[in-house]
Design a protein around this ligand. Sequence first.
Ligand SMILES: [Fe+2]
Ligand SMILES: [Fe+2]
Length: 257
Amino acid sequence: MLALEYDPELARQAWYEMGFKKGLEEARAEMVKRLLTMNLSTKEIARVIGRTEGYVLKIAGRNKIMTVDEMRRELQRRLKRSRFAHSIGVANTAVKLAKRFGVDETKAYVAGLLHDCAREFENEELPAQAELRGIKIGEVERATPLLLHAYIGAQMIKEIYGVDDTEISQAIYRHTVGARDMTALDKIIYFADMIEPNRNYPGVEKLRALAETAELDEIMITALGESIIFVVQKNSLVHPDTVAALNFLLLQKRAGA
Ligand SMILES: [Fe+2]
Ligand SMILES: [Fe+2]
């Protein structure tokens, strides 16, 4: 029997070796078999597998091109039902906004579909997943690890779903806290995430109405402002990128007025 302890680093190495020799499904099955001999609980096994396989795909360079249909199936397999429904809602809403604002509809769909792909990890796992990928964890992210899912997702689209597109990756990276000087696609994904049909919170109807009538920057000024109010009311931290995003748009508006 292989002397493999429950150690993320050893698990990563084992994946690395198997990832080179075999396909992912086969390597995953073998990993489960190895872990089962170590008296680990199902939950612990799932954690080892989930923690390391994206990394292995990346280094093994096994990124295959998936059709959008295959991406949808893979996402459905990985996310819980409500999160998957939310993702489809964001994808469809993003396409509507893309049509209205002249943005590439396929990119909008794929970015919307995959924006929350890193939510397959539990919150406690996100810092480890970020470190695995060389993502710097700032003090706001340290205090609010959920924010990391956006940065991890921006890399996972390539690792798991074979999407190698900087515009889509950036839109996913920015979907939670925003950024200074966002592209139209960034803005569409940010806003679609707030108003997709499964969202239900006070004020959502007002935001949905804006989607029909207002210009994109006006929409974003309202959306970013609402987000800041929301986190302040929850006593959560305001991310500096959200403030930068809002100030940038307000300054631009004043310069144009
Ligand atoms: Fe998200
Ligand atoms: Fe989301």
